[in-house]
Design a protein around this ligand. Structure first.
Ligand SMILES: O=C(CO)[C@H](O)[C@H](O)COP(=O)(O)O
Length: 208
């Protein structure tokens, strides 16, 4: 199980400090979607330069032009790139093609996918590496629990590993660990903590 820290709203400088502080706890540094909108691929390059031992995920949430956009992120040094599960199959397959070329990985973000079971089966057969259930920022306050979706994905996947994102915190991580996931993504619960290094360490301690 890997711990991925989602870096969405911090400055580049603060992210580099956070990654230094949390060394040994964080397996994957995510350049979050808002960060990409702000800075493009610069954080991907900088994270790779300063922390060559940490995997870097570009949360590009690709929806079209899969091969082209994934290639841009892989060329910048990303190890993993996200593509939306709601995209056309051609987009996902294009991104998988780029991943093969650059020896990278594709994570499919199932955010807002309605036919989760059926779509997971289809996507699992496309050669992607991770299928991530994701409670969107915009619906987290509704109290939506990602566990039900994670159970569906874990039940149907045969090739990919599962991942979970969206509002994960210390009080919810044990149930996720119990259910099982290849990657657990934590953003605010680490980035907004008073003691970020301790928060990341504690999260990591709960993983298997
Ligand atoms: O991709 C995202 C939003 O679309 C976030 O990076 C993801 O939800 C993790 O952050 P948090 O733990 O703060 O919800």
């Amino acid at each position: 199980m890997k711990l991925q820290v989602a870096l969405d709203t911090l400055t580049l400088e603060d992210c580099l400090t956070l990654l230094e502080e949390t060394k040994g706890s964080v397996d994957i540094a995510e350049v979050g979607t808002p960060f990409i909108i702000e800075e493009g691929m610069r954080p991907v390059r900088e994270f790779k330069k300063h922390f060559p031992d940490i995997e870097v995920l570009a949360d590009a949430k690709i929806m079209d032009a899969g091969e082209l956009e994934a290639e841009t992120a892989f060329k910048a040094g990303a190890d993993i790139v996200t593509v939306l599960g709601a995209s056309n199959d051609e987009t996902i397959l294009g991104a998988v093609k780029a991943a093969k070329k650059y020896h990278g990985k594709i994570m499919i973000d199932m955010i807002a996918v309605k036919n989760l079971e059926e779509r997971t089966k289809e996507i699992d057969a496309m050669g992607v590496d991770y299928i991530c259930v994701h409670t969107a920022f915009d619906v987290q306050s509704s109290g939506k629990d990602p566990l039900d979706e994670l159970k569906i994905v874990n039940r149907v996947i045969q090739h990919a590993q599962s991942a979970v994102a969206g509002g994960v915190k210390l009080s919810t991580i044990d149930a996720i660990v119990e259910e099982g996931a290849g990657i657990i993504v934590v953003g605010g619960a680490i980035c907004n903590a008073q003691a970020r290094a301790e928060a990341a360490k504690e999260m990591k301690r709960h993983l298997r």
